[in-house]
Design a protein around this ligand. Structure first.
Ligand code: ADP
Ligand code: MG
Ligand code: ZN
Length: 481
């Protein structure tokens, strides 16, 4: 029996608005605990919520970017549960009438595109932050728990997929692409390590070929895209083992343990009845003008998938295009250099090689370095016409990044210009042949190893300045083809 995995992801994204979802407290995570709070986000009796327009605009842009239908009227609900970091004992969320419905996101794995359905995107508010003080950092063995309500009421968007994902790889690519989109929209920094983007993975298995859904578990507590992949992989294998040894999978919430690389049972899964959803009586229905939706759609930036297409059309390969999208400022530089006539392949190699390692070490973006598209064009021309070897080009590029000037100047100053003049090189080639007649005879007899040796001798004689392509061409010609 072979098994197929079925996965649906629920993603929470904290919006970086100026103020919280239903009050005027600032959204600022650097503050001292419990300083950005007020009666509304502390759930004090009588306090009334007022929706944040900037947050609604943010969720509309996410919905639009995910090809959703933006609804014209929408309701807030109370989702009731008790937990110390939820001071109202309910979370204001959405239920049957969310702001965005029915979209999709395409994931591309090595050229195979899979469309992942987006069920809904809704608006809610974040909880406070609990810190369980004790050895494990988990509630079961904590000595006590600290509560910080600065995060209470921060706008939170939840993006729910259809159970369309079939592997841990697809889940990771979906997560990566969603993170790129949210960042491109500028609505959140979407950092998994810091919790401004959080994934819950619903995982089930079924016999390959079956169209029914199996019982799912929901895995929480993944803090990176890598652990998203690890946790799903583990959970699929665990479920297969359970079923193959005659057991059944329990519907439950499981906790991913990063250090152990395993999931463990946290609690039985709540059913939605357990939350006793009812309409939030303190908030009016939201009516979103079609003209507002249209303005949001019109203001969408160029999204990562389209950028990748553009870079590929300008001559980048798939992997390079992806790196160009992810590296701040790299894509525009690539496009500009390509338009100005630089060799896109060479520019791709430089940007994803020397330039990225330089900016990583310097902890900066390429936009803050002196490197311009014109420099890349010059470098590309100097390499194409043989004035610079591939190695010398990389040295020159690093020097440009370090602010030493333009490629031509640097190559002159560092004495890196290659001799490509056939006449000058031929004199050296003839001298080397005269000195190593044995080797040359072997080359004539068809021994390819001597070509490298003789080329090396010419390079040495010219102090490394001869264009090795010209040297080899001359040697081959003289040896009779
Ligand atoms: P909740 O988690 O609040 O109960 P839903 O029932 O809407 O919400 O499902 C949440 C997520 O679980 C969705 O992403 C959905 O695609 C996914 N899902 C539902 N059933 C399964 C299943 N059998 N296997 C895997 N994922 C599932
Ligand atoms: Mg869920
Ligand atoms: Zn507040």
């Amino acid at each position: 029996m072979t098994w197929e995995a079925v996965i649906g992801l629920e993603t929470h994204v904290e919006l970086q608005t100026a103020s919280k979802m239903f009050c005027g407290c600032p959204v600022d995570f650097g503050d001292e605990p419990n300083t950005a709070v007020c009666p509304v986000c502390l759930g004090l009796p009588g306090a009334l919520p007022v929706p944040n327009e900037q947050a609604i605009e943010g969720i509309l842009s996410i919905g639009a970017a995910l090809n959703c239908t933006l609804t014209e009227s929408s309701l807030f609900y109370r989702k009731n549960y008790f937990y110390p970091d939820l001071p109202k004992n309910y979370q204001i969320s959405q239920y049957t009438f969310p702001l965005c419905l029915g979209g999709h996101l395409d994931v591309d794995i090595d050229g195979t595109v899979t469309r992942i359905g987006i069920t809904r995107v809704h608006m809610e508010e974040d909880t406070g932050k609990s810190t369980h003080v004790g050895r494990s950092g988990r509630i079961q063995s904590a000595d006590h728990t600290l509560l910080d309500f600065n995060r209470s009421g921060v706008p939170l968007v939840e993006i729910v997929t259809e159970p369309d994902i079939r592997s841990a790889d697809e889940a990771r690519v979906y997560g990566t692409e969603l993170q790129r989109i949210v960042r491109a929209l500028g609505v959140s920094d979407a950092r998994l390590e810091e919790g401004s983007m959080r994934f819950d993975s619903n995982v089930s298995i079924r016999p390959s070929g079956s169209t029914e859904l199996g019982t799912r578990t929901e895995v929480k507590n993944v803090n990176s895209l890598r652990s998203l992949h690890r946790a799903i992989t583990f959970e699929i294998e665990r479920q297969i083992e359970v079923v193959e040894s005659g057991g059944t999978v329990d519907q439950e919430t499981r906790h991913w343990n990063e250090d152990l690389g395993t999931t463990t049972s946290m609690r039985n899964k709540e059913e939605s009845e357990d939350y006793r959803y009812f309409q939030e009586p303190d908030l009016l229905p939201l009516h979103i003008d079609v003209s507002w939706q249209e303005r949001v759609r019109a203001a969408l930036p160029v999204l990562p998938a389209e950028l990748r297409n553009r870079y590929r059309q300008a001559g980048a390969d798939a992997r390079t295009a992806e790196i160009l999208v992810d590296g701040e400022g790299l894509g525009p530089l690539f496009e500009e250099a390509a338009v100005l006539g630089a060799d896109p392949r060479a520019v791709g190699i430089w940007l994803t090689g020397e330039v990225i390692s330089f900016t990583r070490t310097a902890e900066t973006a390429v936009t803050t370095t002196p490197l311009t598209a014109a420099h890349l064009v010059e470098l590309s021309e100097m390499t194409a016409d043989g004035r610079l070897s591939a190695t010398a080009a990389k040295e020159v590029l690093t020097a440009v990044l370090e602010g030493e000037g333009a490629p031509g100047e640097i190559a002159d100053a560092r004495d890196l210009i290659q001799v490509s003049d056939v006449g000058a090189i031929e004199t050296e080639v003839d001298a080397v042949i005269a000195e190593h007649l044995d080797a040359f005879e072997k080359l004539r007899a068809g021994d390819p190893k001597t070509l490298g040796f003789l080329t090396g001798q010419v390079m040495r004689a010219t102090g490394g300045k001869a264009d090795p392509r010209v040297v080899q061409e001359l040697l081959r010609r003289k040896a009779g083809g």
